[in-house]
Structures are given as C-alpha cells and as structure tokens.
Design a protein around this ligand. Structure first.
Ligand code: CTP
Length: 408
C-alpha cells in the first residue's frame, strides 16, 4: 500500500445511505491523519446511518446536507465546494447515487455536486450483491468510467464477502484503508500529480509601457487565461513561476507570482527563472515601447499633441525558444489573431521557434471574458480544436496535454 502524504490536498467526501456509512467515519480519520483537509456532504439517507455531528467533529468542518440552505451557501456555495476539492470521494456510493451521476441527474445536493465538479470522482460502491450485479448498475458504472476527458471517474471495490443483509458476494464497500490507498494513488501518485518535479514559467496579462510618469501604452489582456494555465500546471504538481503584468487578479495559491510592468521587466524575470521544463508565454506583450520616456508629466502645448517615437520591445518568446542549455524542453506561445488563425499561428510558431502555439481567435468577446475558443498547433503539424469553453477548462486541457507530452 502506498503511504504518500496527502498534506495540503483537499477531499470532498459524499456519504451516501447504507450500512457501510459507518466506515466513512474511519475513512475521514485516516484522511486527516495523512494530512488531507476533508469537507463532507451527507445525503438524507446517509444521515439515517451516521450523524452530522460525527462527521463535523472528525472533519473539523460543518457538514453540508441540503441543496437549498442559505446559511450553507453563504459559507461556501455547493458549486464552489465541488471546485474547492482536489478529489471528490463518494463512500458509500449507493446504486441510486451512481445512477444519478451516470445520467446527469441533479435533483439534490450530492447529485448536483457530482455534476458540477471539475475534479476526478472516486466511487466506493456499497450495495446488496444482487443490486451490484444488476445490469443496470453495471451499465451505469461502465458509463461513468467511459466518460472521456481529464476528469474521469475511478472506482474502488466493492469487496466480496458476507454482507449485512446476510447474502454473500461482491457489494461490500472497500475497507477504509483501501479507499485511502486509492485516494493517495489518485492525488499523490503519478496520476494526480504527473508534473511533480517539473518547473514551469508562465507569463500572463498585458505589459505597461510608460510614456511619462502618469501615462502609458498597454492592451486589453485580463490575464485570466494565463492565470488559469499557471493554476492548472500547479494543480498537476508543477512548480510554477507566474510572471504577471498589471491585472486585477488575486495570486493563485501554491505558486510564485512576480509582478512586472514593462516587457523588458517581464523578459528579465522570465530569464531569471530559467532553466525550466515548461514555458507558457501567454502574456500580451506590448510590441513597442516609447523611446525616451519623459521624466515629468508631458503638458499640453499650443503646438498640438506630442509625437511618440516607438521602438520595438524584445520578443520574450523568441528569446526563450532559442536553442541552448537553458531552453525549456517545451515552449508554448500564444497567437492572438483576428483573421487567418491557422496561417498566422503556424507562421508565428516557426518564426518564434516554439514547440506549440495556442491559436486564439480574439475577434469575438475574449478580452476579460471567462470563455475562450482556441486551437493548439504543434510543430509536427498537429492541430487540436477546442471549441469555446471556460478559460479554466482550456487551461486544464493544455496542462493535461503538457503532462501527456512529458509522460511520452
Ligand atoms: N510575445 C513575446 N514578446 C513579445 C511579443 C510577443 O513573448 N515582445 C509572445 C506572446 O506572449 C505570445 C506570442 O509571442 O506568446 C505571440 O504574441 P502576439 O502578440 O500574437 O504576436 P506578435 O509577435 O506580437 O505578432 P503580431 O503582433 O504581429 O501578431
């Protein structure tokens, strides 16, 4: 059995209704002992077997029990809770909960949370042997396992043995120690943190190029996509340095954010944090800066507006992509285009010398928005179209692709 620490990892435990619910309490104890933070959600049927008081005492957090509870929603909304977790565990997972999850039903707190989460779900089924062997349950489990994508469903157990109802066969919930081992495998093992030990440098946001002490040149980048990428890489275990231009976003937890203003400052910080395994240059770097920044505020003059002489900024991405000892193994650029996405993105990829480029159509509601539609072009000619989805989802897809790249 693996003994990996779960320190700092967050588990949301959904306790369904069944005699095995008492084992969920032992599971919480084991999770806490290995360093995990646990929040729990108790279904009405689950509450027939264990009390909210026991779960609250063991987890150290209030227990969520119903969908429409204003006081719960003010603490942490159920959607937020489903995202807060690194892993959602359902133990015991009843036939009813599995059926709801497999069919996208969302008519109570547990099923809604399972549908809303963007994290992997681990099911520990527990039910009567006939129920477990019923083709409907087997089909539901197979359906859940078959859902494609990064956030899959894993199943631990059920075990074979004598059941509380007196029958014998598969259906007993896996022992808490086995569920803990499965959780450790998913969270601390290569599956959960495939980028552990990898260093990444990510640029995000706009740059600001001063004209004088009060004015400057900048652009409409919000930094949301770059921040989401930095977060997604950190979630997969990478050690991330986020070099950020001026944006109105909080620093994501668990990574090192460095504030910069100008392109030259951004370049210096990026270079300082090499070598790295991964570089994702998502910042909207200003192409030009003002030559001869005025030391005092430029005043309006009778002769009309001043003319600004511009000089070209260094190309940070092209610099990072240059062959050499400190070149990251995987360099990814962005191509923000308003037309001819593929041709422009591919031209940029070869001009800058990066390995992949994320082609970003910015002609339609991208700046500051939460959604994005991109195509990932690779040096070997590949193109992966990701239709409009949240910037978080785009980031997670990219992080998963990066993890696959290093696995290969
Ligand atoms: N980039 C950079 N340094 C610059 C300009 C751009 O690192 N001085 C990076 C961006 O972070 C992005 C990629 O290069 O990853 C492409 O940026 P983009 O603005 O689309 O391309 P430009 O080179 O500026 O080309 P153009 O403005 O002509 O489209």
């Amino acid at each position: 059995m693996t003994t990996a620490s779960l320190s700092g990892r967050k588990v949301l435990l959904i306790v369904g209704g069944g005699i095995a619910a008492y084992k969920a309490l032992e599971l919480v104890r084991l999770l806490k002992k290995s360093g995990a933070e646990v929040m729990s959600l108790l279904t009405p049927a689950g509450a027939e077997f264990v009390t909210p008081m026991s779960l609250a005492a063991l987890t150290g957090h209030p227990v969520r029990q119903a969908l429409f509870m204003p006081e719960d929603e003010t603490a942490m909304g159920h959607i937020e809770l489903s995202r807060w977790a690194d892993l959602v565990v359902v133990a015991p997972a009843t036939a009813g909960l599995i059926a709801k999850a497999a069919n996208g039903l969302a008519d109570d707190l547990a099923s809604t949370t399972l549908l809303a989460t963007d994290k992997k779900v681990l099911l520990a089924p527990a039910m009567n042997v006939r129920m477990w062997l019923h083709p409907a349950v087997q089909a539901n489990v197979a359906r859940l396992k078959g859902f494609d994508g990064f956030h899959g469903v894993a199943v631990v157990g059920p075990d074979e043995g004598e059941m509380a109802c007196g029958e014998f066969g598969p259906g007993r919930m896996a022992e808490p120690a086995a569920i803990l081992a499965a959780i450790q495998g998913l969270l601390a093992g290569p599956d959960g943190r495939p980028l552990a030990g990898r260093r990444a440098v990510v640029t995000a946001g706009p740059t600001f190029e001063p004209i004088d002490p009060v004015r400057g040149l900048t652009n409409r980048s919000s930094g949301k996509q770059g921040y989401a990428i930095a977060t997604a890489l950190a979630e997969l275990g990478a050690e991330v340095t986020l070099v950020s231009g001026p944006v109105a976003l909080d620093a994501p937890v668990g990574l090192n954010r460095i504030w910069v203003e100008s392109a030259r400052e951004m370049q210096a910080e990026v270079q300082k944090h090499l070598p790295a395994d991964i570089a994702v240059m998502s910042a909207a770097v200003a192409d030009w800066r003002v030559d001869g920044v005025a030391s005092g505020k430029i005043k309006k003059a009778p002769g009309g507006p001043p003319s600004l002489a511009l000089i070209e900024n260094p190309d940070i991405l092209a610099g990072v992509s240059k062959p050499g000892k400190s070149r990251p193994k995987l360099v990814i650029g962005f191509a923000a285009e308003t037309s001819d996405l593929e041709a422009n993105a591919r031209a940029k990829l070869s001009r800058k010398g990066c390995d992949w480029i994320v082609g970003n159509d910015v002609s339609d509601d991208v700046f500051g928005a939460d959604g994005n539609a991109v195509t990932l072009f690779t040096k070997d000619g590949g193109a992966d179209v990701w239709p409009r989805q949240s910037k978080t989802e785009v980031a997670r897809k990219l992080a998963a692709r990066i993890a696959d790249h290093f696995k290969a």
